[in-house]
Design a protein. Structure first.
Length: 135
């Protein structure tokens, strides 16, 4: 899984972009949320292709799975011409790429069959252990 994160959402997204609105609750903590974000993923992929070039997208798509994310270390739109922040930073959505990875890993672990351990044979129980008469 490759996460392509545009880390300066505060500089590249308009104030009315859906990135800045808070949805109800914390849907990113719900199991499988990352598989239901195709529309957002496609929109960010399109933005990356348009602003950063098709070659980046082509290289990223060589991976088996790619997720596209906007993140912001400031947490609010901040014009680059202002030298000082208007309020303290409140990072926004910086956790999403790692949560996506963890969600995908959980799916992979559940897909792998787990083999049951063989119960010990009676011969193993009667065999002398390496501890001898220590106990």
């Amino acid at each position: 899984f490759l996460a392509v994160a545009v880390t300066k959402a505060d500089l590249v997204l308009a104030k009315d972009h859906p990135f800045w609105t808070n949805g109800p609750g914390t849907p990113y903590l719900e199991r499988g949320y990352w598989h239901r974000r195709e529309a957002e993923d496609a929109a960010i992929r399109e933005w990356v292709e348009r602003h950063l070039g098709a070659r980046l997208v082509e290289e990223a798509e060589a991976f088996s799975e790619v997720g596209y994310f906007f993140v912001s270390s400031f947490g609010y739109p901040h014009p680059p011409q202002e030298k000082r922040l208007t309020r303290p930073p409140r990072p926004r959505r910086v956790h999403e790429p790692i949560f996506a990875l963890l969600d995908r890993l959980t799916d992979e672990l559940e897909e792998e069959p787990v083999e049951a351990a063989e119960p010990p044979s009676p011969a193993d129980e009667d065999a002398e252990d390496d501890w001898g008469d220590v106990f």
